[in-house]
Design a protein around this ligand. Structure first.
Ligand SMILES: [Fe+2]
Length: 207
């Protein structure tokens, strides 16, 4: 690698987890976090740094890389690793120890306007999470002033189709297999009831 590339390659960093690796137990074990954060999320960051070093993407904010490589068939590897880096950082913040419960008032009212009840919203999230075929993500998003639930496959991100994510659930097998084996629905229910971070969703809603 030339000096020029070293100077221009600003490494993306793996953000610190917002809690201890055993703080989401028993819903998500420290062992799962160890692999999911320590191997998978770190792997996406490391791959991204290798892929963008010395390219026109090396100095760009992560969100911009995701936006500029989406749907470009010759940039798939960069998109996948950039998007997965972003998605995982967003996922960790979508969870919190002793989460669940009722959303903050302004978000709760918006959820009720769009879904009828918070339980109906949770049910749509669970359905999206369990019906996503193969790897992907379930999201609560804002789209045209209304809240919606959408799902994306593989590394897909709702921002690339103009939607604003409020929270997400990772439904790649690596998110739950050690704790739940193939019981994705049990993982999703446990996350929605016990870990979902409505305060984070409310921050995104209000920003
Ligand atoms: Fe993941």
């Amino acid at each position: 690698m030339s000096n020029d590339k070293i100077i221009h390659a600003i490494p993306y960093v793996l953000p610190a987890l917002p809690y201890a690796d055993n703080a989401l137990g028993p819903v998500i074990s420290a062992q799962t976090i160890g692999f999911h954060y320590g191997k998978h999320h770190k792997g996406y960051v490391d791959n991204l740094n290798k892929l963008v070093a010395g390219t026109e993407f090396a100095d760009l904010p992560l969100e911009k890389i995701v936006a500029e490589t989406a749907a470009k068939t010759d940039k798939t590897a960069i998109f996948n690793n950039a998007a997965q880096t972003w998605n995982h950082t967003f996922y960790w913040r979508s969870l919190r120890p002793k989460g669940g419960g009722a959303p903050p008032a302004a978000l709760k009212h918006a959820i009720e306007a769009s879904f009828g009840t918070v339980d109906a919203c949770k049910k749509e999230l669970a359905t999206a999470a369990t019906t996503q075929f193969g790897s992907g993500w379930a999201w609560l998003v804002m789209d045209g002033g209304m809240l919606k639930v959408v799902k994306t496959g593989n590394a897909g991100v709702p921002t690339t189709t103009g939607m604003k994510p409020l929270l997400t659930i990772d439904v790649w097998e690596h998110a739950y297999y050690l704790d739940y084996q193939n019981r994705r629905a049990d993982y999703v229910k446990a996350v929605l009831d016990g870990l979902v971070n409505w305060s984070f969703a409310a921050e995104n809603f209000g920003s």
